[in-house]
Design a protein around this ligand. Structure first.
Ligand code: RTP
Ligand code: MG
Length: 133
């Protein structure tokens, strides 16, 4: 079975949306393999979002993701990366359809509630980065 890495971002944790988001993944049919609340260090944040290090929003992105606790998870299911991204919705909540997590709970691209790995490689790298496995 495929695995993917998903994380409720600090805005989602602060708004009390961990349960809602976990529930949506369970309802979709995913199986929760691991999960934990952590506050991400600057170093881990920069590694996690390293693909964006040249982008103008990189500094704000790292500042945001380290601004409070996150809920990091490993989910198992068929086509896990693709199906997780599908229920999360488009990056910009203005483009995310109602029914998706971002479509239902977010308004701004800078604070879009939840992260999902974007490829098999990213999923493996992020699972290793956050869970050491
Ligand atoms: P994520 O990595 O957080 O799951 O989001 P994503 O794959 O849907 O989008 P990605 O392109 O990887 O962007 C990472 C995060 O950067 C923020 N962002 N801000 N200000 C902007 O124009 C801008 N563009 C992207 C978003 O919070 C996005 O989730
Ligand atoms: Mg991404």
């Amino acid at each position: 079975m495929d695995h993917t890495f998903v994380m409720v971002k600090p805005d989602g944790v602060a708004r009390g949306l961990i349960g809602e988001i976990v529930s949506r993944f369970e309802q979709k049919g995913f199986k929760l393999i691991d999960g934990k609340v952590i506050t991400i260090s600057q170093e881990i944040a920069e590694q996690h979002y390293r693909e964006h290090r040249e982008k103008p929003f990189f500094g704000e992105l790292v500042e945001f993701i380290t601004s409070g606790p996150v809920f990091a998870m490993i989910w198992e299911g068929k086509d896990a990366v693709k199906n997780a991204r599908s229920i999360i919705g488009k990056t910009n909540p203005s483009d995310a359809l109602p029914g998706s997590i971002r479509g239902d709970f977010a308004l701004q691209v800078e604070s879009n509630i939840v992260h999902g790995a974007d490829s098999e490689e990213s999923a493996q790298r992020e699972i290793a980065l956050f869970f050491g496995k």
